[in-house]
Design a protein around this ligand. Sequence first.
Ligand SMILES: *Cc1c(COP(=O)(O)O)cnc(C)c1O
Length: 353
Amino acid sequence: MSNPFDLEKIVRPNIKHLKPYHSARQDFSDGLLLDANENSLGAPYQEAEGLHRYPDPSQSRLRDFIADWRGVRKENVFTGVGSDEGIDLLYRIFCRPGQDRVLTTPPTYGMYTVSADIHNIAVDSVLLTAETFQLNVDEILNTIRDETKLLFLCSPNNPTGNTFKRSSIEQLIKAFPGIVVIDEAYIDFSEEPSWASEVVNYPNLVVLQTLSKSFGLAGIRLGISYASEDIINYMMKVKAPYNINQLTSNYAVQAFENLNTVRFNIDAIKKERSRLRGELERVPTIRKIYPSEANFLLVKIDDALTIYNKLTQQNVIVRYRGNEPHCDSCLRITVGTPDENKRLISALKQLTP
Ligand SMILES: *Cc1c(COP(=O)(O)O)cnc(C)c1O
């Protein structure tokens, strides 16, 4: 059975017919620039030199670096203000407020639902399987309706840390006539290959990545979306004209000029993750440490909420996830530096009766 997906049919009519804002820097970026009412005397202090100009609306240079790094074409790359902007734009392009729906697979990242609420979009959810946290493909397919426009899959998943089976994801991409969004915020900590290069094979696939985790640049707010050229063009059309500021762009480009350090740090975090796991295994109140392909570990621990509160009192802050489905008594712990992890372990051992 072939997928009846048709992009032009699922884009909201107002977006399809939208005439986008045309910004000055789209046309010219050098020459005698008297076209954008920028301040001709420049910025008011030395550190801000050059920032009197508007940034490149299409982030051409940065997108070249990203495309190179992932082995894709620049036309398949969109840069946004964190993954948040990518998610928000997908709602704006595809979901008619008060009419359309999205599907999520809890326990997972909370932002998909927050964004749905902002846009007045109904959320259907199909739980992951207990303990192994895998996709329930049949139930997802049964839950999908005509109004379902987006299916969010987070792999490696937050807060469970595992990736979903490639065959399950593939089955959903092939069957779902809406957009499958794979959130790969943690992909660089995983041994699984990214789905980014697959966007040329699947017109309904969008892959989200970010510089917030593996690149260590959460503060600059740089998110990446990969998709067909047609979808990327819609994202470009709907975004704010100058969504990526010049400082973010500069810092991101420098990260791509320092990929060796990025890779070194990813490797160090993966090694520390396995060392931390070994240490946590020796904490008697910890019942289970789930497999992780991310930079955190999900652990099941006796009296999780009490432990969480007592850790907080000692200024050791982890995330309580015990209210999430299938995550009874669970804490999510970010892999820290060896020193930070030592402090965490000693605090945990002190709390053990
Ligand atoms: C941390 C995280 C992100 C990152 O979001 P940004 O807006 O890019 O900082 C995205 N998705 C998931 C699942 C995350 O855990």
